[in-house]
Design a binder for this molecule. Structure first.
Ligand SMILES: [Zn+2]
Ligand SMILES: [Zn+2]
Length: 452
């Protein structure tokens, strides 16, 4: 017999926190933060700070009061007494906050397992954004590679890489005494790394799972957008071919597949890709484990943009230690201004100020991430300001994007290949849609325990 308790990831997209009690072990699959986490109580500067523990979250029922799970420090001002943890391990699928966002509260001694790519991204982020990304100090954190087998009591966790809009994403095949459980994490199969997902699906199918926990972000009744990463690349390439000035690119920082789509198109049109020092640092950390990621110190097709700083002379002392590493491969606004059609510059809302120095002439802006940021009611002001900037400099605006999640037909394919006995939809707003593609679908609610 085994039990699955959904402390998050059921009835919502994200926030995966799934307790698996099986084979004498108590383990969690991910420990993420829900996307709507705290939105009713916290806003802008009104949010818990570094000194606050779980008291602010328990107050509003934002995290479950589970004994023997959280750290002594996190529980200090709460009415939940600290006790030694009874959790044998936490397995992380990938670095997105809806999968790791509340790890910081867990007891430091609980073993955490994550892919080496996941760890590299999280390390880079916590160096670059210390106040924003913090998974806590976990003394028993271990990294794995795809295909490793990790024993926890009578269970074997077998992580296999999947393609997602994040490097180092994994699904799990969990073998136990009374059958196998498969957990997809977040995945897609319409990009350059789709072979990863195929490998995962093939192994999961061979395992003949009792239960499949399948993400369903895009399992909606709406018509599907079938765009692939290759089509996004082609669209970007067309825009670059026609562009007579600077090309500005906005996309999610950790979406390395998207970076590569821009980078390839830049190479195909004889342009140089320009990233800021933070992006260079991320590429540098990833280059250590993914050789196809360009080295920001030496790559000729890639330049690192240095902003004007105090001395206005690009002196070494003007920049942080991590930035200095890239000074030799630097580019400044002056070079870009002189020869605008030679460059593709990775930008974003908070980097627009550089345009004042670059004076873009006939530039194109390619918006290449979820439209949620453009269309959301909360981002109305930001959207208007972006529009004002584009209009002021006469910049042409384009969109080119595809999702990091599998579409409906790919979810259907995945389920039909893996053929689980029971399918549990997670990470979805439309679990009932899965009933149309599988006979034995169990819809679960947040907080619910199901037993097999
Ligand atoms: Zn997710
Ligand atoms: Zn994700």
């Amino acid at each position: 017999m085994f039990h699955l308790t959904f402390h998050g990831g059921a009835g919502e997209i994200g926030g995966n926190k799934i307790l698996l009690e099986y084979g004498g072990a108590r383990t969690y699959l991910d420990f993420g933060q829900s996307f709507d986490f705290g939105k009713d109580y916290f806003l802008d500067w009104l949010k818990p700070g570094a000194a606050n523990g779980l008291e602010c979250y328990f107050e509003f029922g934002l995290l479950p009061k589970i004994p023997r799970l959280y750290s002594e420090k996190a529980l200090e001002f709460t009415d939940l007494p600290y006790a030694e943890p009874d959790i044998d391990a936490v397995f992380i699928s990938h670095h997105h906050s809806d999968h790791v966002g509340t790890l910081e509260f867990l007891d430091e001694s609980i073993p955490i397992h994550m892919g080496h790519g996941t760890k590299a991204v999280l390390d880079a982020y916590s160096t670059l954004y210390p106040g924003l990304v913090d998974i806590g100090d976990h003394v028993a954190l271990q990294t794995f590679k795809s295909g490793d087998r990790i024993k926890v009591k009578n269970l074997t966790f077998w992580p296999i890489h999947v393609e997602h809009s994040a490097p180092g994403a994994y699904g799990y095949i969990i073998e136990g005494p009374e059958g196998t459980i498969v957990y997809t994490g977040d995945f897609r199969r319409h990009g350059p790394m789709k072979a990863f997902t195929e490998e995962f699906i093939a192994e999961a199918a061979k395992a003949k799972p009792r239960v499949l926990l399948c993400e369903g972000t895009r399992m909606t009744p709406d018509p599907e957008n079938h765009d692939t990463e290759e089509e996004v690349h082609d669209k970007i390439l067309e825009i670059m071919k026609k562009a007579r000035g600077l090309v500005l690119a906005e996309f999610s920082m950790c979406n390395i597949d998207r970076f590569n789509s821009f980078y390839r198109a830049a190479q195909e049109t004889g342009r140089t890709m320009v990233v800021d020092t933070k992006y260079a640092y991320l590429l540098d950390r990833l280059n250590e484990i993914i050789p196809s990621v360009p080295d920001p110190r030496t790559n000729a097709g890639l330049k690192v943009y240095f902003k004007l700083a105090k001395t206005r002379e690009f002196a070494e002392t003007d920049y942080k230690k991590f930035e200095r590493e890239y000074l030799d491969n630097r580019i400044t606004f002056e070079e870009i201004r002189k020869n605008q059609k030679k460059f593709v510059m990775v930008t974003g809302f908070n980097k627009l100020m550089e345009l004042v120095y670059i004076h873009p002439d006939e530039a194109n802006y390619i918006y290449s991430q979820s439209e949620h940021y453009l269309e959301g009611e909360d981002n109305k002001d930001q959207h208007q300001v972006l529009e004002n900037w584009l209009q002021h400099f006469g910049i042409h605006f384009h969109k080119a994007h595809c999702s990091g999640h599998a579409g409906r037909s790919d979810l259907e394919y995945t389920v039909s290949q893996i053929k689980p006995k029971t399918l549990i939809p997670i990470h979805t707003d439309h679990p009932e849609e899965f009933k149309k593609i599988h006979d034995d679908v169990r819809i679960v609610k947040k907080g619910e325990t199901v037993t097999f």
